[in-house]
Design a protein around this ligand. Sequence first.
Ligand SMILES: Nc1nc2c(ncn2[C@@H]2O[C@H](COP(=O)(O)OP(=O)(O)OP(=O)(O)O)[C@@H](O)[C@H]2O)c(=O)[nH]1
Length: 452
Amino acid sequence: MFNWFSPSLTRKIGGLSAILLSFLFLVIIYSVHTLQQIDTEMREVAEIDIPLTDVMDEVEILQLHQHLLMEKVEYLDKSTGNQANKHNLIQEFNQFNQQLSQQLDNAVDIVRHGLNNGNIRVDREQHRTFIKEVEKLHQQRQLFEQHFLTAINATHDQFQIWQKVDEQDLVLDSRIESLLKSIENLTEQIASYTEKHERDFLLVNSVLGISALLIGIYLTLYIIQTFRQRIGRLQGQVQILNHSIKTMQPDEVMPDMQKGDDELTELESELKRMMERLSQDLTDREEIQQHLLEIATRDKLTNAYNRHKWDEQIEVELKLAARGSYLSLLLLDVDHFKTINDKYGHDAGDEVLRMLVSRLRSRLRATDHIYRLGGEEFAILLRQIDLGAARVTAEAIRQHIAIISDDNLPAFTVSIGVSCYEHNDDADTLFKRADNALYKAKMSGRNRVEIG
Ligand SMILES: Nc1nc2c(ncn2[C@@H]2O[C@H](COP(=O)(O)OP(=O)(O)OP(=O)(O)O)[C@@H](O)[C@H]2O)c(=O)[nH]1
């Protein structure tokens, strides 16, 4: 089923456009149909009703003329008896008769022709009735003429005969009048049909036009609103992405995805995926950097910090100590390491160094760092430890190392020189005191702790 909220933007706009076009199509179809209808009705009025009205007006005028002639003839017949004049008037009367017949035939022809050609669409039945009425009028007129001629030629009861003729003349007048009235009615009827169609045309076209306009406005506003909203969101996300790339900080929170599966949502999810990829890349990069840093600062054999790290860190620790915190240095050297190497081999010597660092770690706090300064010499920095405590720690270490017993490794001992930060010490002076103490320990027989 068509769900308005889920389909793509193209389909939404396409759907609304299709509805809009359908409305316009309906307007066009309806307009063409109604205009055709109005045109047919106007043609019917022009081709049938107007000529018919003209003909019947002509009939009425002729009838009036004939009526006057008849009055004259009647007067002459009754009073003067002027035969020559009467004869002329009768001839004139007959001419009008012919013209009247001709006009009535014309009227019938117009209607019949219209019916046969299909030009008459409105009230065909009433038009057929009109033909019948005209034919009847025709017959009555012929009857009237016969009566008129009889009246002229009558030698007695003239007054009564002329009265009858007058009566028939009146009937004919009223019949013609009613025929004219019926034509007028037909014309009015067609005019009212046309008017109704024009009104409907305006109404339906207005409704369809306004609907199309409203849909068009809605469609435009919907597109503008949607694009502004969604593109605003996308701009925000692109800015977040941009900022993350600039600062190399992928921890910016992307807004939640909008529901739907249109093109802009796809673009949004693509941006989200890019952000995730960037985040992953930056994490990987950080891990690699961390790893490289480890490699750069650690001794490969023992994993203790190397001399490079020592040079860096001692300055940091000295600054902290200068602010008032204790800092002690243990300088540790394996006794007779050369002999171990010579006697048990270089690999065994390596293993001794590895084990030494591992044991030292187990005796120290996490904040006490071990540095391999070269060969079998190590430095240990003890934070927040004064000289006395450092000596105790050094002694504990020495004893712990001396009692190691491992079947695979030779027993060995260490000598330790201890120094503690003093006012205005630098790396050299602090180191020197520890080194002197170590020297003293070596000179005093090794496996000893000495204070510098
Ligand atoms: N196995 C091994 N030996 C090393 C390493 N670095 C230095 N050495 C050896 O350590 C020995 C140090 O010997 P010396 O400086 O004479 O010191 P010592 O034999 O320990 O004598 P004292 O310090 O006076 O007790 C040398 O033989 C070096 O070759 C290493 O990484 N592995």
